[in-house]
Design a protein around this ligand. Structure first.
Ligand SMILES: Nc1nc2c(ncn2[C@@H]2O[C@H](COP(=O)(O)OP(=O)(O)OP(=O)(O)O)[C@@H](O)[C@H]2O)c(=O)[nH]1
Ligand SMILES: [Mg+2]
Length: 392
């Protein structure tokens, strides 16, 4: 225990000093009268000296407080460093997310270790083939080519082109019905009306794989400014009649009225694939076309792969029997179209490659895609042997 001493002129003064400094912890042990000051024992003044000690628990209390403060400090520091660590983790997670997104955008690495496969992989990337499609091709290349065989670049390139061509599925000819009702759905501005006009012209002339016959166009697009004028203009040029309808019921009646027509082509309003309400209205329109109506989804070749997947999925409830790929002339890269078609197992019925009506449309054929691929050198005669000549 530690003893402490304090002096002052009176007992009260000393006690106040002690209390002020140590509070209740100070326990007075003794006090005595002392003489202080003066010179050689003369003129000294009388005073009081108090001896005291500090209570143990007070010391402990003090120490505890000190320890608590230290503890608090330590906890605070820990919290700060945890917080910092958390921030670091969060920032790492953020950068990881970014790099995952980037690597998803970038084609995934495939096993393209052989120079031939690396070169072909680079071409596939250039042509916007999806990572899934590329990895399928490479799995097949690994299964079918030995290391020696991979040395023959042209043979591998040719085989890959054939495998790509094999994934292009053309719809089987529909059951003959009269009238054949063909409906085109799809996002806004992809070329539905133009395609309807092209098909109408081909059919009335009996070219492009469509038998000659009577044709009528029906449009339900009376909302968009200029939509009716657009199709009426085509109708006038090609001498194909057109009807404008406004409701599903009106459409049903119009189809019934023209049941002797060979082909009725129904042009619909462009739908944003995100507009669920409008898509529901579309279902009523399709129901009005009858159970044997053939629905085709028009999609622009310039659409980004992921958007194309979304569009295919959004229009899925309409059970389209095939796809029309439009605006093929606007891109040299059709790997996106081929990947999405293959991945969703959809058939492609026609391709369009320009604004001219009716010239810029043709029935789909594997070679139309294969001959369009950037950087590949397709052996046309060999491919024609496999897929037949491109129909005119
Ligand atoms: N380059 C190119 N342009 C095309 C093709 N098909 C259509 N277009 C053009 O694309 C634009 C839109 O065509 P529309 O036929 O009006 O498209 P839509 O899908 O009917 O549009 P909405 O009815 O508004 O949804 C027009 O300028 C067409 O000339 C094509 O194959 N290639
Ligand atoms: Mg239109």
């Amino acid at each position: 225990m530690q003893y402490l001493v304090e002096q002052g002129s009176s007992h009260r003064e000393v006690l106040e000093k002690v209390r002020a400094r140590y509070g209740d912890a100070a326990q007075v042990l003794s006090h005595r009268t002392v003489r202080s000051g003066g010179f050689l024992g003369m003129f000294a003044r009388e005073g009081v000296e108090i001896t005291f000690y500090l209570k143990d628990d007070a010391v402990r209390e003090g120490e505890k407080k000190k320890a608590d403060i230290e503890d608090e400090k330590r906890k605070l520091l820990e919290r700060v460093s945890q917080e910092r660590a958390l921030q670091e983790v969060l920032s790492e997670v953020r950068s990881l997310k970014v790099s995952i997104a980037e690597s998803a955008a970038r084609p995934a690495p495939v096993e393209a270790e052989h120079p031939t496969l690396s070169a072909i992989d680079a071409l596939l990337c250039d042509n916007d083939f999806s990572p899934w499609y590329r990895s399928e091709l490479f799995a097949r290349a690994h299964a079918e080519f030995s290391l020696d065989a991979l040395e023959d670049y042209e043979a591998v390139e040719q085989a890959v082109l054939e495998w790509i061509g094999d994934t292009v599925r053309i719809p089987t000819p529909p059951r003959p019905v009269k009238p054949r009702v063909l409906v085109l759905v799809g996002p806004t501005g992809v070329g539905k009306t133009t395609t309807i006009a092209k098909l109408a012209a081909l059919h009335s002339l009996g070219i492009g794989g469509l038998p000659a016959g009577t044709v009528r166009m029906i449009t339900i697009d009376s909302y968009r400014i200029g939509a009716v004028e657009q199709i009426e203009k085509y109708a006038g040029i090609m001498r194909v009649p057109v009807s404008v309808v406004e409701t599903a019921q009106h459409l049903r009646e119009t189809i019934a009225m023209y049941r002797d027509t060979d082909l009725i082509l129904v042009d619909t309003i462009g739908k944003s694939p995100r507009d669920a309400v409008k898509l529901a209205e579309m279902q009523q329109i399709l129901d009005a076309c009858g159970p044997s109506a053939e629905v085709y989804l028009a999609i622009a070749a310039t659409t980004k792969t992921q958007d194309m997947f979304d569009i295919f999925r959004q229009f899925e409830p309409f059970r389209y029997r095939g796809v029309v790929v439009t605006k093929m002339d606007e891109t040299g890269r059709v790997g996106n179209v081929l990947s999405v078609l293959a991945e969703t197992d959809k058939a492609v019925a026609w391709v369009t490659d320009g604004q001219k009506v009716p010239q810029d449309i043709a029935p789909a054929h594997p070679l139309r895609f294969l001959m369009n691929l950037e950087g590949f050198r397709p052996n046309r005669p060999k491919l024609e042997e496999r897929y037949g000549l491109i129909p005119r």
